[in-house]
Design a binder for this molecule. Structure first.
Ligand code: AMP
Length: 559
């Protein structure tokens, strides 16, 4: 390992920079100038990186010097390498003791945690660091065996980590480096109390890095309370999205059906290679996916009710190009790193303006060109104003073909598109007095008002019960027939059958299955009393069943 040129690094980053946002535009460091060792430089070379991204150029030297940092950056900026690379360097000397990991990375979702683990695999290929992943859906026994042998890097969601800690499976007294990634997401999802609890369990002498796309006051409170003279390194999220992503807004007159037609046309006309189509509601993910497939698109859905193994499989297929369009909810797609994605479509304008930045950040990654098109009906206007306020400017209007224009209406569609609409299920025409919009609006309004009272994590739609999707799956396949399948039956059934059995079922659903299932998981905790781990918020998308059996665990987790 090369010795660090500390004086040169100090000259580059002066001391008196507490909470000072460092301009990312001025740094033109090379990886070779950062004090990274040859094995690490070789792994970086194999990953195909030529130069550090701005967040890497700013964060890596500070972390190598042992300083605490606050990284204000979103995914897509190379932030994962900005902490994994120095961590590998820092951990390259020393050994982990049984059940006492030497570093800890907290992630809000399983997917992000798994992604960070993959990053360690890539960058750490020339080091002998061991790693464990504590997330829902991954076999306890494999990870506990690893913990027993001693791990250098522990990557976890907060709730899972506390479960393991409470069961005595992991001790946190040896943690030298802590990374809290996507802190604002943790806040959104209600994980901050768990994060704070974990931090209090760590040694006071440690290095801490906290990454967040934004810096709400609650996160600022954490940084003030638990970090030592942190340096703030910042990549302007807005600029990084805008630089490489061409944005466009397609105004659609009409409702859900017209939006679907407009989306199809937009996809056909925009030269899409691969894209994520974001929906605000999990239920719409399923409907839209089905509709797109009916119309001949190569699409698959990704939402939190899917079994973990199915989610991983879908993602792998999307990454490999076997699936072109991934229809997803925000939580399911959060932070996913899919290289070279050509387009992002916002089928709905996100309810939280910041999600717009996160969504469009899925394309145009690492300096590549990307396109982000947003569809908006009148229903979206409120959320659209929020997004445009955040952006500080309007999203440029486009026509359904992706060119500049005003608005699109289903009535103005060319012949080919009209044909698509004729394919819409006949059932939609059966209630001639009700427009499709009216049909879809009613349940939607009702749901929206209910959501207002729900906590944020549920607003994301990942932890709610699947009342809407059950009848949908039971229905015979119909072309693009979502409003009928997912919504109307719900309206029609609720007063009669749905209520009674639900009352009888709910208490059991909430308790028994978990208690009954956990021992299955804790087959892994052979010598433990059968104590079910607490239900945690970050299990929000966990259906309670162990998702990976031993043979389903991804290979990189078993190494
Ligand atoms: P992240 O923001 O960590 O999710 O990274 C976004 C993407 O940028 C990932 O696909 C990384 O592999 C890629 N990446 C990270 N660092 C670099 C770099 N220095 N040069 C090129 N690509 C990079």
């Amino acid at each position: 390992m090369e010795l660090l040129d500390i004086p040169a690094l100090r000259a580059h980053f002066p001391h008196n920079t507490r909470h000072r946002a460092i301009s990312t535009q001025t740094s033109n460091m090379k990886f070779e100038e950062m004090g990274l060792s040859d094995p690490l430089l070789s792994a970086i070379g194999s990953a195909g990186y030529e130069n550090p991204t701005p967040i890497q150029a700013e964060a890596i030297p500070h972390l190598l010097m042992g300083r605490d940092i606050i990284g204000i950056a979103q995914t897509g900026t190379g932030k994962t390498a900005s902490f994994t690379l120095p961590m590998i360097e820092i951990l390259s000397t020393g050994r982990a003791r049984a059940r006492m990991p030497r570093s800890l990375i907290l992630e809000p979702t399983r997917e992000l945690a798994a992604q960070v683990a993959e990053n360690f695999e890539v960058y750490g290929k020339n080091h002998k660091l061991s790693m464990a992943l504590l997330i829902g859906g991954v076999s306890f026994s494999d990870q506990e065996d690893k913990l027993d042998r001693g791990v250098d890097v522990l990557i976890a969601t907060p709730g899972r980590l506390l479960d393991h800690f409470e069961r005595g499976k992991v001790l946190l007294a040896d943690i030298r480096v802590l990374v809290v990634d996507e802190a604002d997401r943790m806040l959104d999802m209600g994980f901050i109390p768990d994060v704070e609890r974990i931090i209090k369990l760590l040694p006071q002498i440690r290095q801490t890095a906290m990454f967040s796309a934004t810096m709400p006051s609650e996160i600022k409170r954490l940084t003030d309370a638990y970090m030592m003279s942190p340096r703030t390194v910042q990549v302007d999220a807005q600029a990084s999205a805008a630089d490489t992503v061409t944005q466009g807004l397609l105004r659609v007159s009409g409702g859900f059906k017209e939006k679907r037609a407009a989306l199809r046309k937009l996809i056909r006309d925009s030269g899409v290679k691969n894209a994520i189509v974001f929906c605000n509601r999990k239920r719409d993910v399923a409907t839209l996916e089905k509709s797109l497939r009916t119309h001949g698109f190569n699409a698959a859905g990704l939402h939190g009710d899917m079994h973990q193994s199915a989610r991983m499989e879908t993602l792998a297929k999307f990454r490999d190009g076997e699936i072109e369009l991934l229809v997803a909810s925000d939580v399911a797609a959060r932070g996913l790193d899919i290289p070279n994605m050509s387009h992002v479509f916002n089928f709905d304008v996100p309810m939280h303006a910041e999600d717009y930045i996160h969504r469009i950040g899925r394309t145009g990654r690492a300096g590549k060109e990307g396109h982000a098109y947003t569809l908006a009906t009148r229903d979206d206007s409120k959320f659209l104003s929020g997004v445009e306020r955040l952006l500080g400017k309007p999203i440029p209007p486009i026509s359904a073909s992706g060119g500049q224009s005003g608005s699109s209406s289903a009535g103005e569609q060319p012949a080919a598109e009209k044909q698509d609409d004729q394919e819409e299920p006949k059932t939609q025409d059966t209630k001639a007095s009700e427009t499709p919009e009216e049909k879809t609006d009613k349940p939607r309004r009702r749901r929206r008002s209910r959501r207002k009272a729900e906590p944020e994590s549920q607003t994301e739609g990942e932890s709610e019960t699947v009342e809407a999707s059950a009848p949908q799956e039971a229905s015979p396949p119909q072309e693009d027939s979502e409003p009928q399948e997912a919504r109307e039956p719900q309206e029609a059934r609720e007063p009669r059958k749905a209520r009674e059995p639900r009352k009888a079922r709910e208490p059991r659903k909430a308790r028994e299955p978990r208690e009954a299932r956990e021992p299955v998981r804790s087959d892994t905790s052979r010598d433990e009393p059968a104590r079910a781990p607490r239900k945690r918020d970050d299990d929000h998308d966990d259906d309670g069943a162990p998702a990976f059996g031993n043979d389903e665990t991804p290979a990189f987790l078993l190494r």
